[in-house]
Structure formats: C-alpha cells, structure tokens
Write a protein that binds this ligand. Structure first.
Ligand SMILES: Cc1cc2nc3c(=O)[nH]c(=O)nc-3n(C[C@H](O)[C@H](O)[C@H](O)COP(=O)(O)O)c2cc1C
Length: 189
C-alpha cells in the first residue's frame, strides 16, 4: 500500500526550527507516513516537491526574529498563497520563538506569529498551528552573531525569557508539546 505523503517546509536562522522539523518528521515517519523535509533556504533544484496534490498534509515552520518570520518562509507563502488556500489536504503551521516559552506570552504569540500572520498574507486555510520555544545557543560554536546574542539576552531580561548568559545553551523547546502537535496533525490526515 502506498504511504500517505507529508511535506515539511521550514525556515531557520540558528537551527532550532530545523531540529523541531526533524522531530516532527520522525514521528510522522514512525507512523507510516512518507515525509519530505525541505529547508526553504536551500530547496531542491527540481520543483517536483511543489506538487501539492501529492500530499495529504503540508507543515510549514519558521523561526522568529524581532517579530518576523524568516524571509524564505515569507517569500514562499507570498508566492504560494493561492495554491495553499486551495490545497485539499491539511495545512499546519508552527513557529520557534523565544516568547513561546514564557507562559504569559504563549497564547498571544501562538496566534499572532502563526494564524494572524498567515491571514495578513492572504492565507486563510490553516488547520493546526502552534508556537514552540527555541534553542538559545550563546556558545562559541553558535550560529548567532555577537549582536544577535546581545539582543537575545537583552530581550530575555525584559520579558522573563530564560536566557542566562552564564549558561551557554538553554534549550526551551518542549519536546512533549512538539510530539503532541505531530500526533494531532497525523490524526487530521
Ligand atoms: C536577534 C534575535 C531576535 C529575536 N527576536 C525574537 C522575537 O521577536 N520574538 C520571539 O518570540 N523570539 C525572538 N527570538 C528568539 C528566537 O525566535 C528563538 O531563538 C528561535 O528558537 C530561533 O529559531 P531558529 O534557531 O530556528 O532560527 C530572537 C532571537 C534572536 C537571536
């Protein structure tokens, strides 16, 4: 029997959203789905992955920096909004965001960074959405620039986000929340 296909598209700056996408992909894979994961910064040369009719579900994830998605996700959604609105399968969207890990901010960013932002770009169809905390990597091997690290620590101090500059890596991704999201998505398919 042919397995149902799922496409996961993501945009990441420092790797947190990539890790979340891979975890979701492995849960779907364990449940007999055929999953294709694409980093929108380096998509396949061949456009075949864009044949949305082939998929039972599409999941799109992005990180947030100063309130913004990655430009690759924003450009993709802008270009593909009509195809996404008419997509017959299920569409899910998630973000990796610092504020998502702060209980007072979670409910607000969950809607603002996902559903509201999609609606603003003209995408009305979204079947499941959530916001996950991120990986705050202040170590020397981090992909963050010194300025990004400074902003992150500053924002953290203002918002109660746990970015302890004496701790090199703080992983605020809640893997149970992420697994539950993946399971909820596969129930929809
Ligand atoms: C310079 C900078 C700005 C950020 N701005 C925000 C923000 O406005 N809102 C938010 O929720 N998180 C913010 N964050 C936290 C990131 O969204 C979080 O680290 C996320 O996990 C990054 O995902 P990525 O590694 O996939 O790029 C910021 C992080 C940095 C370094």
């Amino acid at each position: 029997m042919n397995k149902k296909k799922v496409l996961i598209l993501y945009g990441t700056r420092y790797g947190s959203t990539e890790g979340i996408s891979e975890r979701i992909a492995s849960i779907l894979g364990e449940n007999e789905f055929d999953v294709l994961v694409v980093d929108l910064k380096k998509p396949p040369a061949n456009d075949e992955y864009l044949s949305f009719d082939n998929y039972a579900g599409i999941l799109i994830g992005t990180s947030i920096k100063i309130g913004q998605w990655t430009k690759h996700v924003k450009n993709f959604i802008t270009k593909k909004k009509d195809a996404l609105n008419s997509f017959k399968g299920k569409l899910g969207f998630f973000v990796s965001s610092g504020y998502a890990a702060v209980p007072e901010h979670y409910e607000k960013v969950k809607v603002e960074y996902t559903k509201d932002a999609l609606n603003k770009l003209g995408v009305e169809k979204v079947d499941l959405f959530d916001a996950f905390g991120g990986l705050m990597d202040l170590s020397k091997t981090s992909r963050m620039s010194w300025l990004d690290k400074k902003i992150l620590v500053m924002v953290g101090k203002q918002t109660g986000l746990e970015t302890d500059s004496t701790k090199e890596i703080t992983d605020l991704r809640d893997w149970i929340q992420i697994e539950n999201f993946a399971k909820e998505f596969l129930q929809l398919l």
